[in-house]
Design a protein around this ligand. Sequence first.
Ligand SMILES: C[S@@+](CC[C@H](N)C(=O)[O-])C[C@H]1O[C@@H](n2cnc3c(N)ncnc32)[C@H](O)[C@@H]1O
Length: 295
Amino acid sequence: MRSPPPSPPPINSPTIMSTPPQHHHIDINPFTTFQPVILQDVPSEIQEDSAESQQVQPQEQQQEIYNLKSINSTIVIRQLPSQGLSFQLWPAATTLVTLVDCHNRCITTPLSAVFNGGDAIQHRGIRILELGSGTGVVGIAAAAILGASVTVTDLPHVLPNMQFNVDANAETLKLHGGAVEVATLSWGDTQNMEAIGREFDVIMGSDIVYHDHLYEPLLETLKFVLLKSEKKIVFLMAHLKRWKKESAFFKKAKKHFDVEIIHKDEPSNGSRVGVMVYQFVRKFRAKLNSKSTVL
Ligand SMILES: C[S@@+](CC[C@H](N)C(=O)[O-])C[C@H]1O[C@@H](n2cnc3c(N)ncnc32)[C@H](O)[C@@H]1O
């Protein structure tokens, strides 16, 4: 039996670090532009994605504005809450945006080793793949903040809203030398994975471990990109633990990857845990060799 969808994102409490990007939740009138009108809460129930997700009703739209301090710019993200969980912003996404924004302003952060990479990255700019991007906020913010080339991905029905958000931020992206491409990547789909390839420095994902039937396909995708690449690719995953069963995902992942927690948010909204950011890298070959020698 499939587990229930994740609980609603506490959209109005994204403050997890001392200097987070400011994040406003505002209704929009789709017939004007992104002009803030009134404050409104997200619905208390998060639905699975609706079959009619393409038939957007104007009143169902909301926007979030993220203030990216490190580049003194904002990005705007459209949510379509009634269309399901792929069309909403999740707390882990805000954590990743905050970390990347902080990275750009501080001398050393948990992400320094990841983003300051080798000469190749310095020379050509960083290339990022985001998995299960939803609204696209993490990829769009990372592209703007780091001047990175980012591929944001998700299931096909999620892409039009993601593309809308990329287009809405085109000027900011251009100004900061960032580029965002939208592509289908259904986890575990060989054709999709081959089309996306492995030419990335960093893989990112926020709130993508929730349904247990998705653990295997997600791991297949990570194995495809991280294990078969010639270089060391890092996967950064922001995750808010909701169910005990999620430990099965980490247990499976640890067979192939070294998994390390690089950041922890303080718990908010009465939760016992806060969002955590994990770094996955493929297990070091020498370690495997020495193990097999011992055996
Ligand atoms: C909880 S949402 C998180 C969205 C976004 N990363 C965020 O943090 O705001 C999970 C995302 O994973 C995507 N997803 C679910 N199953 C997937 C699959 N099999 N392949 C690719 N993406 C999938 C959903 O469409 C959704 O956008």
